[in-house]
Design a protein around this ligand. Sequence first.
Ligand code: FMN
Length: 188
Amino acid sequence: MTRTIGYIVGSISSTSINRSLATALEKLAPEGTTLVEIPIKDLGFYSPDQDADYPQVARDFKQAIADVDGVLIITPEYSRSIPGVLKNALDWSARPWGQGSFNEKPVAVIGGSIGGVGTAAAQQHLRAILGHYNALTMGQPEGFIHITPGLITEDGDVTNAGTAEFLTAWLEAFNLHISRSHAALQLV
Ligand SMILES: Cc1cc2nc3c(=O)[nH]c(=O)nc-3n(C[C@H](O)[C@H](O)[C@H](O)COP(=O)(O)O)c2cc1C
């Protein structure tokens, strides 16, 4: 079985620790599973004015979500919530009305922070948004990653064995969640 998981990094920082977390996850992906980025940095600000004629970049973004088996959202925490760039991308995903990209889509959320809270507050907000979208969001295991200097190398290698083990198990759990979600959707 081959599977493709798309990932969205909720940061456009050139030194993003969440991008380094994404690179680490790419490297730890289970056999047969490929992680591909669904980029958000070229999306303009969402406005309903464009609902009737979505710009190509937003069409591409929605198509990229449609093309993958599941979506992984890797979010920073900004002021106890998600960054605006991520919310903006999610707004594009939700429209045009009735064409929400996350409807019945298997999703997992994870995030890294320089603080011990590990994006827990941001992820609660993100889960609320995904609930409204009718996404099939994995409940457990949660992934609150406290990223200390050197935890993830520039090449995306995780230097702490326990963290590497956790991330590997977390990805396997998401793979299982995708399988179960797809099976459940066949049941009716
Ligand atoms: C505007 C702003 C708000 C932040 N708020 C929080 C916060 O509420 N909780 C937290 O743990 N870190 C907070 N941080 C620190 C981030 O964890 C840190 O900047 C992190 O590197 C952001 O992720 P990124 O490097 O992937 O962009 C904040 C940073 C910024 C710039």
